[in-house]
Design a protein. Sequence first.
Length: 518
Amino acid sequence: MTAKRSIYITTPIYYVNDTPHIGHAYTTLACDALARFHRLDGHDVLFLTGTDEHGQKVEKSAAKTGLDPLAFCDKVSANFRELTRAMKFSNDDFIRTTEERHVRSVTALWTKLVERGAIYLGSYAGWYAVRDEAFYAEDETTLNDAGQRIGPTGAPVEWVEEPSYFFKLSAFKDRLLELYAKHPEFVRPETRYNEVVSFVKSGLRDLSVSRTSFTWGIPVPGDPKHVMYVWLDALTNYVSALGYPDTQNAQFRKFWPATAQLMGKDILRFHAVYWPAFLMAADIDVPRQIFAHGWWTREGQKISKSLGNVIDPFELVAKYGLDAVRYFLLREVPLGQDGDFSHQAIVLRMNADLANAFGNLAQRTLSLIQKNAAGAVPKPGARTADDDALLANAHALLPAMRTSIDTCAPHAALSQFMALVYDANKYVDVQAPWALAKTHPARGHTVLWVLAEVVRHLAILAQPFMPDAGAKMLEQLAIASDARDFTRLTPEYAMRPGIALNKPEGVFPRYVDQPPAR
Ligand code: ME8
């Protein structure tokens, strides 16, 4: 056991201009695996996701559909909620920036920034990309082949000239650099940390934080011609969900500063530079970690609606099953790196790792117990060095996976998990319990007991990543639902001889069709 901690994990809040695709599902999935792991490990967890509903981009998307912006937001936000159900995300809250609790919170934050002298009125003249909801300096833009001016992400920019409130970002350069220097873990992975530090070192310009040319946003207190810049509005969600400005309430005190805020590398700068500067200016603690993961790509191109190459997570789940999709996304690519999506790769993972290795281990163990031990946990006799070695590996798995999870490395946790699966399968092959049943039945029972105990460990540890499969396996092992957390991963709770097991059933189907070529 480790000491009980309060852990707050957040996803970005997604723009409602888009139906959810695999990229959105990915960030929330990674957070879900971390959140589930920490809960089973005995910690108090708050896991937040939601939707980002204001701004010019959403206003334009709503106008295209003919719906008023809020009706449009209700509709698209519901798709993101539906995704949380389809992927079995265990978020404790779902925040929408059009909710009253959020508007109240952002308004209070703005007022605080004004009181602290961090906001002043000026006028903005420069380039703006609606697609990115971002301002760009002239030298960050280029002309594309069609002669159109674009920002560094390829999004078209337009010239904006209007009165605007500014946030004194330039005044926070030294404090930000001090934060990064003192807490290198503030931005992870390391490559992203280096990018952020060099960006800030190169100098910060004050940030335009209000707009007057459209109305879909939170009005600036005392000057309602202006609506707040959508990023100031959106970033505040992480504290509005905790009841900011009431920083003395139990929720805020317990969960702020956030433990890990995850997002794609596309929006790292907003989270690792602007966000802590806003917080410092408002005298709020900064989060402990900003973690930027990589992109899912197709043939090297980022998966995104604007490129028209999206993968629909609902379709994937329908095709391959939830656990296979979750396992693939988490195992295939280290969180932090880019990964090219392919159907072949999912099929390979689900057949090789899940059906042939993990599923097969559980299935063999449980069917042999049915056949050779009358369907009840066999009584172990004296253990050999091989038995002890495998059990020791099983006992070492939780601490190893915990270290990986604490560094936001679910792929590493799953690779450690699979290493035990492979060890256990090797053990089955070497021990050959089906042969022992005929020659040395007592020894055969010991081997089956060891295997059942190892499968119990695996099933318990599979739950954060593959909640359905974990639960089904634990059901077959007749482990009560209140005996499935990580405190049970000790010899004290080992499989008790004589307990009748449930009927073994395959948990991981093999995918037999030809996967789609693209
Ligand atoms: O940026 N690969 O919202 P958004 C991996 N509303 N992850 C991807 C991805 C891909 N190809 N495509 C999208 C916004 N994502 C703002 C955020 S937070 C205060 C406001 C994921 O709908 C990834 O997490 O454009 C990325 O950062 C996010 O979706 C962008 O979502």
